[in-house]
Design a protein around this ligand. Structure first.
Ligand SMILES: *[C@@H]1O[C@H](CO)[C@@H](O)[C@H](O)[C@H]1NC(C)=O
Ligand SMILES: *[C@@H]1O[C@H](CO)[C@@H](O)[C@H](O)[C@H]1NC(C)=O
Ligand SMILES: *[C@@H]1O[C@H](CO)[C@@H](O)[C@H](O)[C@H]1NC(C)=O
Ligand SMILES: *[C@@H]1O[C@H](CO)[C@@H](O)[C@H](O)[C@H]1NC(C)=O
Length: 799
């Protein structure tokens, strides 16, 4: 894009530019036709179809038109026949005046692609005007002393035709005193002069009436007449004499009516009536008479009507001064009309393309012509369009311009251009004409749909109802119409295990995603797939986005008790020595929960007991301990019901039934003795029993202290390594809860247990060993990671 696209055009160019840029087949040769003026409307002028070598169908399908330079409709093109007719009666005198030859240029414009041919029509003159005299009667005063051979200028006739049809000859009616002589003027006109052939005598004949006939050269010739009245005067010695024989006046065309242009003066030496001078125009045309007026006495010449430089640039006025005695003198006044910039340039749009596709390369948008009726700088035109538009102007020929669009329009950044063509002339002041062309850029599918996010993460609560709306993805397309109409679809997944089409469906119109069936967090925690947005352009464009669905856990699994086994045919019974100290660990309930997070945080509570005050359950780890010393009065069999509850909302729970049998010593094997037998033994072996109890108490005390010692040493060492060791840290876990989520860090309960088991607690080994291998891991059908997680969580959940 240059800084300026201005191009100067000179009006009334003699040279014709044949700049035919972008106009593929425009012919260099121009077509030439000729027609006589005043030919009937509808007369045949030319067979354009034949002359252009185009078919009639092509002419009509390409909307052939005739555009004339002066924007008038002289000619009509019949699109059915391809023949060009006259659409009006042409008057050569009106069209061209005295200019010869009279040529009307025009263009034949074809659309799709835009193309034009130059042509011209020559209007031939016919003899349709007769010579006419402006005055019906011309009066001449001639002194009786006039010598033979004296010539007298008389008004000429005018004929608007040109060439041989113009005025050719004058003749005078037969008389004995005068004959007529033709004077060839330098301006090309012929003037009649009356020549005295025989002396006049005022006394004999004071008046003569003659008829002057003007003849043109047409065939047949036409003529016009005027009558001449000759008054024979008494003697007059001196003829008037002009101060200058030539006057010149320069008058701007906008001079108001009545303005004095010039004053001419002549002197006559005679006195009285013979020295009295009167001024009059001589041989004046009708134009001069309309435009100027002369004061017969003062010689002032004033404007009678407005001048127009565009019509007439100069007037040559002959002025005659006549004295009272009939003697006269002649002078010439040349009035030069000065051009004023009173005409703004005119812009005529011949052809226009209003819609351009955005991927078009350089395209012809408009063909237009400019003209200015002024001359010189007043008629020189600059043509420009705004610099910041992707359009350019190029001259074609003469005063024709083309407006071309540049490559690389983008409808998405601008869909409409208002291009203002400014034509300015160089006169003072400058006159400007603007013409605005609106061009629409039509859409091409050059933008793929764009997702609002590159990836979407959707959360779904497990056990959702089928056909649940789980989220919406959306894409936009900056094209328009069907190029921007987006449909959504799922991209088939590469994971053969993921039956995507049975899990998810998408609404093709609005991108709403639906879960097709209930999801199970325990089976499938997350999955990903791609969605595709496709527009409906041709060819269609599409883009993809990743959607990740995270299934949220719901509390849908009850805690599962691993120990003691609840389905065993023979219920497991814990043995408790009667000598146990308060806080003695009776057993530990181990449970897991397949949910995660809060839903898997378990707490234990004692629901029912045969002897309510005897046992207590540690809420966070499920340890069942004695809460006081046992006495003889305590019944030997106890049944405890524990509730294992998770922290879900709402919580779920399961109950555990424990059987505890009070025994008198460790070594004594458990025998489900009938109640009677037990009583007998008690009576008989009371002493033995007491001994055993004492021995057991001492050994268990010893064992306990060893255990405590080891435990304290371990704790110290552990604390020394700053790991917190065995002490249950008052961390972020709720006091009564245990984390079984399997997040990878050891839960507090586990650490605690390590300490206990390190002390060879028989109870711990008793259940830990046989239980772990018997755990059934349900194959969830999901990936290995999941299995691993599950295994981890089990490992850490054992209390
Ligand atoms: C005037 O011009 C005509 C034709 O142009 C010519 O025939 C004629 O002789 C000329 N007359 C004089 C007086 O020059
Ligand atoms: C413009 O796009 C249309 C539709 O995509 C295509 O048919 C035509 O060839 C393209 N034109 C250009 C010049 O690239
Ligand atoms: C173009 O001109 C029209 C009519 O004046 C106007 O409605 C439209 O908004 C203009 N467009 C631009 C892009 O300026
Ligand atoms: C009890 O349940 C566990 C775990 O489900 C199982 O391994 C065991 O075989 C079951 N025992 C009986 C007797 O049903």
């Amino acid at each position: 894009m240059g800084t300026t696209r201005m191009l100067i055009l000179q009006k009334r160019q003699v040279l014709v530019f044949f700049v035919l840029m972008g106009l593929s087949q425009a012919s260099i040769e121009s077509l030439h036709y000729s027609v006589a003026e005043e030919t009937e409307i509808g007369s045949f002028v030319a067979d354009l179809a034949k002359d252009l070598g185009l078919g009639v169908e092509e002419l009509s399908s390409r909307e052939a038109r005739i555009v004339s330079d002066d924007n008038k409709k002289h000619l009509h093109l019949n699109l059915l026949t391809g023949v060009m007719h006259l659409s009006e009666r042409l008057d050569r005198e009106e069209l061209c005046g005295s200019t010869q030859p009279c040529v009307l240029p025009f263009q034949v414009v074809l659309e799709n692609p835009l193309q034009f041919y130059r042509a011209e029509l020559d209007v031939r003159d016919i003899n349709d005007h007769s010579p006419t005299f402006l005055d019906k009667e011309i009066s001449i005063k001639i002194s009786e002393s006039a010598t033979i051979g004296t010539t007298y200028l008389i008004a000429n006739a005018q004929d608007l035709d040109i060439g041989s049809n113009s005025l050719q000859d004058y003749s005078i009616s037969p008389n004995s005193h005068f004959y007529v002589k033709i004077h060839n003027s330098s301006d090309g006109n012929i003037y009649p002069e009356l020549v005295l052939d025989k002396a006049l005598d005022h006394e004999e004949e004071s008046e003569l009436r003659l008829t002057l006939t003007a003849l043109d050269g047409g065939s047949p010739p036409r003529s016009g007449t005027t009558s001449i009245l000759i008054q024979v005067l008494d003697i007059n010695d001196n003829a008037p004499e002009f101060a200058q024989s030539f006057y010149e006046a320069q008058v701007p065309e906008d001079t108001p009516i009545g303005t004095n242009i010039v004053v001419i003066s002549a002197k006559d030496l005679d006195i009285g009536n013979h020295g009295k001078i009167s001024y009059a125009f001589l041989h004046e045309s009708e134009n001069i008479r309309k435009t100027f007026e002369i004061n017969p006495i003062s010689g002032e010449i004033n404007l009678r009507s407005l001048l127009d430089f565009e019509l007439i640039q100069s007037y040559s006025v002959n002025i005659q001064a006549t004295d009272g005695g009939g003697l006269s003198a002649k002078c010439t006044l040349l009035v030069k009309v000065l051009d004023i910039n009173d005409n703004a340039p005119e812009v005529t749009i011949s052809s226009i393309t209003k819609i351009i596709p955005e991927n078009a390369s350089e395209t012809l948008v408009a063909l237009f012509s400019v003209r200015d009726q002024d001359s010189g700088d007043n008629g020189r035109i600059f043509c420009s369009i705004p610099d910041d538009l992707p359009f350019m102007l190029k001259p074609t020929f003469k005063n024709f311009f083309t407006l071309l669009s540049e490559k690389g329009l983008d409808r998405e950044s601008r869909a409409e251009y208002n291009i203002t063509i400014t034509a300015t002339d160089l006169g003072t002041p400058r006159l400007t004409t603007q013409h605005t062309i609106t061009v629409q850029v039509s859409d091409v599918n050059d933008n793929a749909p764009a997702f609002t996010q590159t990836s979407y993460t959707l959360f779904v609560q497990e056990n959702n109802s089928p056909a649940l709306h789980i989220g919406t993805i959306s894409a936009t397309d900056s094209d328009s119409g069907s190029n921007a109409h987006i449909t959504y679809s799922l991209l088939p997944t590469h994971d053969p295990k993921l039956a995507l089409t049975s899990l998810i469906s998408i609404n093709a119109d609005n991108g709403h995603l639906f879960g097709l069936r209930a999801l199970d967090y325990e089976a499938l925690q997350t999955f990903e797939f791609h969605v595709v947005a496709t527009d409906q352009g041709s060819p269609a464009l599409s883009s993809q986005a990743l959607v990740r669905v995270l299934v949220l856990d719901a509390n849908d699994n009850e805690p599962f008790v691993l120990y003691p086994l609840q389905n065993a045919s023979a219920p497991c019974t814990e043995l408790l020595p009667r000598a146990a100290e308060p806080g003695y660990l009776v057993t530990k309930v181990v449970a897991v929960d397949r949910d995660s997070g809060q839903n898997a945080w378990l707490s234990f509570q004692l629901l029912k007991a045969t002897e309510p005050g005897l046992f207590s359950v540690w809420a966070h780890n499920g340890e069942v301990r004695t809460s006081r010393l046992l006495s003889e009065r305590d019944a030997p069999k106890h049944r405890l019901v524990l509730l294992v509850k998770d922290n879900g909302d709402p919580p779920r729970s399961s109950s555990v039934t424990l059987h505890v049998l009070l025994v008198d010593g460790f070594s004594q094997p458990y025998l489900p003795l009938p109640e009677v037998a037990h009583d007998q033994v008690q009576d008989e072996d009371a002493l033995t029993l007491y001994l055993v109890i004492a021995l057991a108490s001492v050994s268990s005390l010893f064992l306990l202290s060893v255990l405590l010692f080891v435990g304290v040493r371990l704790c110290r060492r552990a604390r020394a390594t700053s790991l917190g060791g065995c002490s249950v840290p008052e961390g972020h876990f709720p006091g009564h809860l245990v984390d079984v989520s399997g997040t990878g860090t050891l839960s507090q309960s586990y650490q605690y247990e390590v300490c206990l088991t390190a002390g060879t607690g028989t109870n711990e080994f008793k259940f830990l060993k046989p239980i772990i291998p018997s755990l059934q891991l349900q194959d969830t059908g999901s990936n290995l990671q999941e299995k691993e997680n599950f295994r981890n969580s089990l490992g850490f959940n054992i209390h």
